[in-house]
Ligand binder design. Sequence first.
Ligand code: IPE
Ligand code: MG
Length: 221
Amino acid sequence: MDGNGRWARAKNLPRSEGHNQGTKTARAIVEESRRLNIRHLTLYAFSRENWTRPKEEVSFLFDLLTRFLKGELKSLIKQDIRLNILGDISDLPLTARKVIEHACSKTKSNRSMTLNLALNYSGRWEIVRACRLILEQGLSANEITEEKFSDYLCTAGQPDPDLIIRTSGELRISNYLLYQSAYSEFYFTRTLWPDFTPQELHLALEDYASRQRRLGGTDPK
Ligand code: IPE
Ligand code: MG
């Protein structure tokens, strides 16, 4: 979800307005994804690198997240969406953490869609964390397969992403789902996140549907 700051700047508004608007996009995209029966949706909300932003912006983002989750909980329950966090929330402000834990526990039995929020997440951190967990559990070298390794990632038990969308014209992966994205398809758009619409989600999905995923093989007959 990139481009909130640039969206605000183009309108001569404070960056916080871009983030506010970004939550409206997030709500609309979650609802549309659920309606389309997408089973797993992940939103990259805050990276481990985002702590380097001015502390006022960081605290605004966590306040906004707290308000957002409080406001959305009923609707998540109604839509049968399970909220799940990728990342380490122990570093987050206490109020944010409590609201996150509450929302996760209230939605944990929901089955129609898993909404992953990547929070204080980065792909390299996740891979190193997996290695540490594996060593702590005393697994032997020959027990560690690619599949087994996946069980130690934040996304354990979930399929790899089919499609990754990045908004705002940046052509980078920025430490996102590095292990899981080995064969993901990418959709890059210049649209800034606050301007991203369900219509453009449809375009991305149509584009995805027109691609041939060979997964390292040759063309199917
Ligand atoms: C949003 O957009 C995402 C978050 C990290 C919360 P940015 O804040 O990165 O916006 P730009 O890149 O400055 O436009
Ligand atoms: Mg950005």
